[in-house]
Write a protein that binds this ligand. Structure first.
Ligand SMILES: Nc1nc2c(ncn2[C@@H]2O[C@H](COP(=O)(O)OP(=O)(O)OP(=O)(O)O)[C@@H](O)[C@H]2O)c(=O)[nH]1
Ligand SMILES: [Mg+2]
Length: 311
């Protein structure tokens, strides 16, 4: 997650986004390179932007930018890609921020929320490993108490990261667990507390009630807790991610968004409308299942990778 080894980091991003960049650029580039500007080319651009799930508003603005750019008939591939990358970056300005758990209060409590399968547990595990590698004292709390498998999966991540692990048996009250774990973390000088939550309960309102209850009990210990609530969204569900942002963004005190599985889709452009719809900035992106495949979100780097630029 730290930007050390910049080159490896960037090539991982580019590799992860390769399906999206193929979708987005191959034909677009062909339509503009060494061609006089035409309505047909602009239409194609719009089509491909929409197919990448960038959304109609952003697609319109990008097409207008291209219309005004008026590439010379000698424009090469690089020029076209650079222009597209700049246009996408412009759409993301103001929607990026860092996740900095070691810069805030101690222990810094982060709550992970999102629908089932979005990547909460995996993201939490990657973050834990990154933080312990930096020497932080990390506690992981398994508030998805309804599934034994969920607890086991998280325990594996905790062991791999060398983090403390707090859990309870099936069906135990997640808020009670969160309260006790935070109390212990405070008493024992932990730097960071990472709280995993269930993605699915009997129904949506039960899920929201439970999240709000966890938030309420944490606030009994520190009115500012949780210090971060990360909404984890799966890019492969395309524009459904927008629906999920709407539901959680309104009710769960979301302070940052993690967009996962950008490597598993050609529609990574969906990050753009999600960023624009959300009050919370994008903070992290997942570009693979491995421990090193979680990255801080950088609008410029993301945009360049999305159009297939290699640096
Ligand atoms: N390719 C890819 N797979 C990912 C990424 N992030 C998570 N996954 C995979 O997505 C699947 C679901 O991830 P989980 O972390 O279990 O999701 P969850 O939100 O905890 O799900 P529930 O506990 O059921 O609510 C797992 O197989 C992960 O390995 C990513 O960035 N890229
Ligand atoms: Mg999980």
């Amino acid at each position: 997650m730290t930007d050390t080894g910049k080159k490896g980091w960037f090539s991982r991003l580019t590799e992860g986004l390769s399906r999206s960049s193929k979708q987005m650029t191959d034909q677009v580039v062909a339509a503009f390179v060494k061609e006089p500007l035409s309505e047909r080319a602009l239409e194609q651009l719009e089509e491909h932007l929409l197919e990448s799930d960038l959304g109609p508003a952003a697609a319109d603005r990008i097409v207008e930018r291209f219309r005004e750019l008026r590439f010379s008939a000698g424009a090469d591939e690089r020029e076209v890609k650079e222009a597209l990358a700049e246009a996408v970056t412009a759409e993301l300005i103001g929607h990026e921020a860092r996740y900095e758990p070691l810069a805030g209060p101690k222990p810094f409590v982060t709550l992970f929320v999102g629908v089932n399968g979005s990547g909460k547990t995996t993201t939490l595990g990657k973050i834990a490993a990154d933080l312990t590698a930096q020497g932080a004292k990390v506690m992981i709390v398994a508030c998805d108490t309804f599934r034994a498998a969920a607890r086991e999966q998280l325990k594996v991540w905790a062991e791999r990261a060398g983090a403390a692990f707090e859990s309870r048996r099936d069906g135990a009250d997640p808020a009670g667990l969160a309260f006790d774990a935070y109390t212990r973390a405070k008493a024992e000088g932990f730097d960071v507390v990472l709280i995993d939550t269930a993605g699915r309960l009997q129904n949506k309102s039960a899920l929201m009630d439970e999240l709000l209850k966890i938030v309420r009990v944490l606030k009994k210990i520190d009115a500012d807790a949780p210090h971060e609530t990360l909404l984890v969204l799966d890019a492969t569900v395309g524009r459904n991610a927008l629906e999920q942002e709407k539901i959680f963004g309104r009710t769960a005190y979301v302070s940052g968004i993690v967009m996962t599985k950008l490597d598993g889709t050609a529609r990574g452009g969906v990050l753009v409308p999600v960023a624009q719809a959300s009050d919370a900035p994008i903070k992290l992106i997942g570009v693979g299942e491995g421990i090193d495949d979680l990255q801080p979100f950088d609008a410029r780097a993301f945009s360049r990778s999305l159009v297939g630029l290699q640096d």
